[in-house]
Design a binder for this molecule. Structure first.
Ligand code: FES
Length: 153
């Protein structure tokens, strides 16, 4: 190799390869660093301690039906009874924590995991669930249905 060849600019192909290699190293470094940062600085869980949520809208649920809504980090169950009342309770079964659902044919809350059943007040009436479901207060404000945890007196 002569002195003239050494002083010439780098060929474009070599520069492109260097850029790709540098980018790959940078991406690898970022992929290792990101999980570490997420572990050290966890995201804020804004609604985990929330006492009240909008579970649905008036007119959204037909009579004798139910829906699952998110209450903090847990599911809740909103029921529009056949008589037109709204009821709300935790949708986490007290047996082994499966998510329960409203069964319009039984007019009960039902857990598909082991055939546990609860009445419309959340009381365990048959099957393996050992305790009632946690009941929530329901308030209709305008066209929104608010659900709130019951406060201990
Ligand atoms: S988890 Fe619900 S009945 Fe077993």
């Amino acid at each position: 190799m002569t002195v003239d060849q050494l002083s010439q600019p780098e060929p474009a192909r070599r520069r492109v390869i260097k850029i790709f290699l540098g980018g790959g190293l940078l991406a690898s470094f970022a992929s290792f660093l990101y999980p570490v940062l997420r572990f050290l600085v966890p995201p804020k869980a804004a609604d985990l301690g929330s006492d009240s949520v909008v579970a649905g809208r008036v007119g959204e649920l037909k009579l004798n039906s139910g829906k699952i809504f998110r209450f903090g980090n847990r599911p809740g169950l909103l029921i529009h009874t056949a008589s037109g009342e709204y009821r709300a309770m935790s949708a986490t079964c007290t047996h082994l924590s499966c998510t329960v659902q409203y069964r319009d044919d039984l007019r009960q809350v039902w857990c598909a995991c082991h055939n546990g059943k609860y009445d419309l007040n959340g009381r365990n009436v048959s099957g393996p669930p050992p305790r009632p479901l946690e009941g929530f207060e329901v308030q209709v404000r305008g066209d929104e249905i608010f659900v709130r945890r019951r406060r201990e007196a």
